[in-house]
Design a protein around this ligand. Sequence first.
Ligand SMILES: [Zn+2]
Length: 147
Amino acid sequence: MCMDVRKTCVCGKHYVQFHLRDNIMSPEVIETLYCPDCSRQAEENDQTMVRDNNWLIEYDMELARFLAAANLQVPPDSVTPLFLFDGGYATWKEMYPGEQKDILEERKDIMGLLQTDPQEYLRRINSWNISRVEQLKADGWRKAQAA
Ligand SMILES: [Zn+2]
């Protein structure tokens, strides 16, 4: 079961979906979300925050350590913001916020081929996928580095 966990950023412009792997963490672990606009006002703290390009996620580390100790038997000092994000325990649902919207937009042209030339469609969609992931890596998105 995957809960639908969403959080609005501080300035209210973005409403982002999160993934909590195995529901080890609770939604309250994600304390504050800063989008590229509101992160400029934020005071960065790598003890409680993770940065993904210009986005910042601030975690309730006390709660995260408690839940990790209870459910994963992980010692508190190894529970860091990067552990939560890179381990998938409290991370973006998408590769980066807004990915699905971008995908629909970019795929529009290729989708037209589905009716007229299915083989060309498959060829184009595959190469588009590969170059898309390469681009996300180049852009520095954390989740894309592992893809
Ligand atoms: Zn914002």
